[in-house]
Design a protein around this ligand. Structure first.
Ligand SMILES: NC(=O)c1ccc[n+]([C@@H]2O[C@H](COP(=O)([O-])OP(=O)(O)OC[C@H]3O[C@@H](n4cnc5c(N)ncnc54)[C@H](OP(=O)(O)O)[C@@H]3O)[C@@H](O)[C@H]2O)c1
Length: 272
């Protein structure tokens, strides 16, 4: 791989928001390391981005539910003498069903993929970024991290809230320790076109929602890259999503909770 260009490691790059991050970082002239389970998808994207932008793209197929995945991903890049200048913790999904109806094994995998793995990857790349005086970390959280907890969103909202707090804390720590050009941002999308609602079995229901509530992945990703470059710890892309985020801050808590409760059925599948 070429050593002169910066390198961005992206998890969940085989579709949706992650694939769009790959496209935008490649267009900016960055080399890429792409990981997800579907190696074939990653290979196709890697070939396309190499051909279009001349950047080098490393494909590292891994299942992040496996606790061995984060150290293996980092070791694969270190083995090629590559330093990681940006990390996009994007891989994620929603579990259909309720907390009561879902097995512990599925909940444990969910915590590993959406919380432990991104936190571990951050912990592993941050020292190098601090030492070199440059780093960009984007944690793809969600608007669900702002809104009150509701049925079925049991771990999803909790984990996304945690990713927002975690990102704010990492950003504050870097600033406090004098690592001024090492930035960490939580990107909090609302409804975004991707495979997310196919995976969680909600496509038919979400198709009935008004189109203005939805965003394409491209402006979501652009907002994330611009925010991390500015050193903004949290960004909510889009006017509608910003309005929702603001409402959650100003509404009395019982009202926010009642609203979240009444709206859940529109986009959550409670049966397994
Ligand atoms: N779409 C939305 O409305 C929305 C809203 C707010 C936040 N988000 C967040 O945005 C992020 C990206 O989701 P998306 O909307 O782009 O959905 P998506 O199109 O379904 O993409 C999800 C990505 O995560 C990867 N992934 C899932 N499980 C994995 C595992 N065990 N190991 C490794 N990779 C795994 C998938 O790759 P493989 O299947 O190939 O492994 C895929 O590349 C997620 O964190 C999601 O929570 C999405």
């Amino acid at each position: 791989m070429g050593m002169n260009r910066r390198l961005c490691l992206i998890t969940g790059a085989s579709s949706g928001i992650g694939a769009e991050f790959a496209k935008q970082y490649a267009a900016l002239g960055w080399d890429l390391a792409l990981t997800a389970r579907r190696a074939d998808r990653l290979q196709v994207l890697a070939a396309e981005l190499h051909a279009r932008h001349g950047v080098l793209v490393e494909v590292i197929p891994e299942d992040l539910a496996n606790p061995g995945a984060p150290p293996r991903i980092i070791a694969a890049l270190e083995g090629k003498g590559r330093e990681i200048d940006a990390l996009v913790n994007n891989a994620g999904y929603g579990l259909p069903g309720t907390f009561l109806s879902t097995s512990w094994s599925d909940q444990a995998d969910f915590l590993q993929v959406l919380y432990t793995a991104p936190v571990e990857l951050t912990h592993r790349v941050l020292p190098g970024m601090a030492a070199r005086g440059f780093g960009r970390i984007i944690n793809v959280a969600s608007l669900a991290g702002y809104t009150a907890g509701s049925a079925g969103h049991t771990l999803y909202g909790s984990v996304k809230s945690a990713m927002i707090k975690f990102s704010e804390s990492v950003a504050a720590e870097c600033e406090t320790l004098g690592h001024k050009d090492v930035h960490c941002t939580a990107l909090c999308p609302g409804f975004t076109w991707s495979e997310f609602h196919d995976v969680n079995g909600m496509r038919e229901t979400t198709n009935k929602m008004p189109k203005w509530m939805w965003m394409e992945a491209a402006p979501v990703v652009k907002a994330g890259i611009e925010a991390v470059n500015r050193g903004q710890p949290v960004v909510v892309p889009g006017v509608f999503n910003k309005a929702v985020a603001t409402l959650t801050r100003i509404l009395p808590e019982p009202v926010g909770r009642a609203l979240a409760h009444s709206q859940t059925a529109r986009y959550r599948k409670l049966e397994g």
